[in-house]
Design a protein around this ligand. Structure first.
Ligand SMILES: CC(C)(COP(=O)(O)OP(=O)(O)OC[C@H]1O[C@@H](n2cnc3c(N)ncnc32)[C@H](O)[C@@H]1OP(=O)(O)O)[C@@H](O)C(=O)NCCC(=O)NCCS
Length: 156
C-alpha cells in the first residue's frame, strides 16, 4: 500500500543536514554525502524526514549510497520505494548497472546480485564513497552488490 503521507523528493544542497542526520540515525557513514556528481532523495512522512538515499554517478554506472529509513518507519515499503527512485533515475541516465556496499541484509530482495569488490572499484573508481575509502587506505567491509539495468527500457 502506498502511504499518502509519504513523499519522496529530490534533495538539494540545502538538505545536506537532513540527509546526514537520517543516514546517521540509520547507522550509516555520511562522509561525502551530497558531493558533486551525486543525486540524493529525501522521504518525508507528514512533512518530517524519515528516509534518504543517494546515487554517486560514474561513467555508465552509479553507486547506491545511504539507503536509510528511520527505525520507526521501517518495514512498510519505504526502503523499496527509495531504491526504485534511484533505479529509475539511473536507468534514465543510461547506466548499465547500479552498485552498492552493504554491511548486512540480503539485497537480492532489491534485485541485486553479489559481485567481487574489484568490479565496483574498477567501474566507479572516482565515486566519492570509493575515493573516501581510498584516502583512508581502507576497503569497504561487508558485501558488494550489483543490479543490472535494462537500458533499452529507459529510452522511451
Ligand atoms: C535497508 C532499509 C533502508 C530498508 O528499509 P524499509 O523501509 O524497512 O524497507 P521495506 O519495508 O521497503 O522492505 C523492503 C524489503 O527489504 C527487506 N529488508 C529489510 N531490511 C533490510 C536490510 N537491512 N537489507 C536488505 N533488505 C532488507 C525486507 O525484508 C523487504 O523485503 P520484502 O519486500 O521481500 O518483504 C532500512 O532497513 C535501513 O535503513 N537499514 C539501515 C541502513 C542500511 O543498512 N542501509 C543499507 C546499506 S546502504
Amino acid at each position: 500500500m502506498t502511504d499518502p503521507n509519504i513523499q519522496i523528493r529530490l534533495a538539494g544542497p540545502q538538505d545536506k543536514e537532513i540527509v546526514t542526520r537520517v543516514m546517521q540515525e540509520a547507522g550509516l557513514e555520511t562522509e561525502a554525502a551530497l558531493a558533486e556528481g551525486t543525486t540524493y532523495w529525501i522521504a518525508t512522512r507528514g512533512g518530517q524526514p524519515v528516509g534518504a538515499i543517494g546515487l554517486e554517478h560514474g561513467d555508465g554506472a552509479s553507486l547506491l549510497r545511504g539507503a536509510a529509513v528511520l527505525p520507526s518507519a521501517r518495514g512498510s515499503g519505504l526502503g523499496r520505494r527509495l531504491v526504485m527512485s534511484a533505479v529509475q533515475y539511473a536507468q534514465g541516465r543510461g547506466d548499465r548497472a547500479i552498485y552498492m556496499f552493504s554491511k548486512g541484509g540480503d539485497w537480492s530482495n532489491f534485485g541485486f546480485q553479489q559481485v567481487p569488490l574489484a568490479v565496483v572499484m574498477g567501474e566507479l573508481p572516482d565515486a566519492p564513497q570509493i575515493r573516501a575509502y581510498r584516502a583512508r587506505s581502507e576497503r569497504p567491509g561487508g558485501t558488494t552488490w550489483m543490479r543490472p539495468l535494462d537500458r533499452a527500457a529507459s529510452k522511451a
